[in-house]
Design a protein around this ligand. Structure first.
Ligand code: C5P
Length: 205
């Protein structure tokens, strides 16, 4: 069984994908980490994320980097969203994601283009969303827990900029697949969102 979970930043898609993987005993891939690894490598080497050649040169990172907490920072997320617009970067990461999705026994993947590009044949597709303000409030809280103080306006601005880049790029833009179920987590607790996701999976199996 392949479960594709797509959606924007701080929509809850990662939490839901992890919970589904645990519930069904499936391996899980957070595909955003791959783009974050490319973005972080570009920044570490003082290269320019908007330059396609610089970004492509940063695609052969060591897998151990995927466990680095530095990938979770706002800077890595922003760089990820810039490098992810380059078609050659997406092409460099494509096969790895397709292989993960199509391994024997199935898998859960979350990202922006899982249901549309990586696994259009997924058995279940979810598109997770929440209002920009609610996503900004969640991110703001997360940042505060990490001791990072940023105004809610700044966080909201960053979220909107990221959405804009992810939906407007020409190659594999973020969009709800036609056959994806929509899950709006704006007014749901984490538990309620996970239960709703399981119910949607069950209804489509
Ligand atoms: O999901 P996360 O916020 O970690 O993703 C970081 C960035 O990576 C996104 O803003 C997006 O630009 C890019 N990404 C993508 N395709 C995916 C997953 C992430 O373009 N499948």
């Amino acid at each position: 069984m392949i479960i594709a979970v797509d959606g924007p930043a701080a929509s809850g898609k990662g939490t839901i994908a992890r919970a589904l993987a645990k519930h069904y005993g499936l391996p899980h891939l957070d595909t955003g980490l791959l783009y974050r690894a490319v973005g972080a490598t570009v920044l570490k080497n003082d290269l320019d994320p908007s330059n396609e050649a610089d970004a492509v040169a940063s695609c052969s990172f060591d897998d151990s980097l995927l466990d680095d907490p530095a990938l979770k920072t706002e800077d890595a997320g922003k760089a990820a969203s810039i490098v992810s617009a380059h078609p050659l970067v997406r092409a460099a990461l494509l096969l790895r994601q397709k292989k993960f999705a199509h391994q024997p026994g199935g898998a859960v993947l979350d990202g922006r283009d899982i249901g549309t590009v990586i696994a259009p044949d997924a058995d279940v597709k979810l598109f997770v969303k929440a209002t920009p303000m609610i996503r900004a409030q969640r991110r703001h809280l997360e940042l505060r827990k990490q001791g990072i103080l940023a105004s809610i306006d700044k966080v909201l601005g960053d979220i909107r900029a990221r959405d804009e880049r992810d939906t407007k790029r020409s190659d594999a833009p973020m969009k709800q697949a036609e056959d994806a179920a929509l899950l709006d987590t704006s007014f749901l607790s984490i538990d309620a969102a996970v239960q709703r996701a399981i119910a949607l999976v069950e209804a489509r199996m």
